[in-house]
Design a protein around this ligand. Sequence first.
Ligand code: ADP
Ligand code: ASP
Ligand code: MG
Length: 466
Amino acid sequence: MKRVVMKFGGTSVGNGEHIRHVASLISNHLNKDYQMVVVISALKRVTDKLIEASKEAKSGNRDHVHKLLQKTTKKHVAAARNAIKNKQIRDEVEQTLKTILDELEKVLTGIIYLGELTPKSKDYVLSFGERMSTLIVWGALRDLGLNVQYFTGKDAGIVTDSNFGEARPLIKVTLHEVKQKVEPLLEKGIIPVVTGYIAANQDGEITTLGRGGSDYTATIIAAALEADEVWIWTDVDGLMTSDPKIVPSTKVISELSFQEAIELAIFGAKAMHPKALEPAMEKEVPVRIRNTFNPQSLGTLIVKEQKIKAKDVVKGTTIIKNLALINISGAGMVGTPGTAAKVFDMLGKNNINVLMISQSASEANISFILHRDGLERAVSTLEIALLGSGLIREVTAEDDVCVVAVVGAGMKGTPGVAARLFGAIARKGLNVRMIAQGSSELNISFVVKETDGEKAVRAIHEEFKL
Ligand code: ADP
Ligand code: ASP
Ligand code: MG
């Protein structure tokens, strides 16, 4: 008996027809002696629409909110009707959907009246996407005669801190609670169907695990149940050597280590939530990324053991856009301990997240990368705090850069990778603004103009024959 947690992303549950297909995929595995837990994301694009609705409600745009609600209702009712054939089950699901949508309308009306959207109320609004999609999948599975039970993340035992919007599971309690609540069902042959992305804090208030967080729900549950594997079902054949939208010839990476996958995910390979790999890595539960629409393909397997093969020193390359570069210079920084600490302390206190840092050995300048929308705030913060101090002479900024990251465990201890990499970039005439290599040697990241980013990714693809 194999225990598998399967997560279906929004791309897998776009409409009723796809939900039926997902239900039959699940059902097919029943014959193969599997114990299964199913985790479901909101229908495609629904979370984006809920974010939009909450913002419009805050601004008091009643009509816009009303239109969004109508569309959401239509989408979910249509999905339920197409996904579920049995009239009794379909009526029951539709009735519950109506109740949920009434509640959503009340919440949004409340926000309109208050003119206020707190992180807590926003998470509450966002929870509706998964509550509705999971209900429909639950109905579709019952329709196929499967023995299923619906759970919200909270009912399944996922307890988080109160960092609404990006909540972290309180892992000890969660592992214990999930095991208590979910495992007995598996033993009885029941399939738990759980809402992805949403959980609750210790006061029982709804939290969300950050965008793409259903992956995280799946690995948390898998860790708690000591599952044999986690399957992340999506709309591509697996984790690719780069975003298929940039490099059409991109290939599926058949196997990689948790460390490599985490690096790729942090640097923007969207197919996997970076934090989601932690619980799986901790409990050594292999994660497989598979294509819902091409289930024959084996997908990508993420495992603990790194298979270093000389021929694939580089596993993949990713790009993060919408970034800015700040450069601080001044002879006053040379040999003055604590300058860097002061700079990053100021930024931290102002909630500005720094993605990449480099300092030249002369110590006369520090460069770093941040998200573009924080640029103005960062520059004025630094100017106010530091310019008068004599420590620095100048703060300059560029608002049109991106980071390209190159990942692969095989780069460790393989001489000449950096030379090949930057040789390939130089031959395309691209100017590198900044370079950083983590001490793990798993990742080399560099900064180029945003308009050069995709060219750089393609150059790397050619050079390393990805
Ligand atoms: P889901 O709804 O299944 O969670 P996501 O949109 O979160 O799907 O992630 C899947 C998408 O990630 C793919 O459709 C693909 O376009 C995009 N993507 C970006 N980079 C990569 C990559 N390196 N490998 C695979 N997919 C990638
Ligand atoms: N529905 C959520 C999102 O769009 C979570 C997920 O899809 O994993 O971010
Ligand atoms: Mg996702």
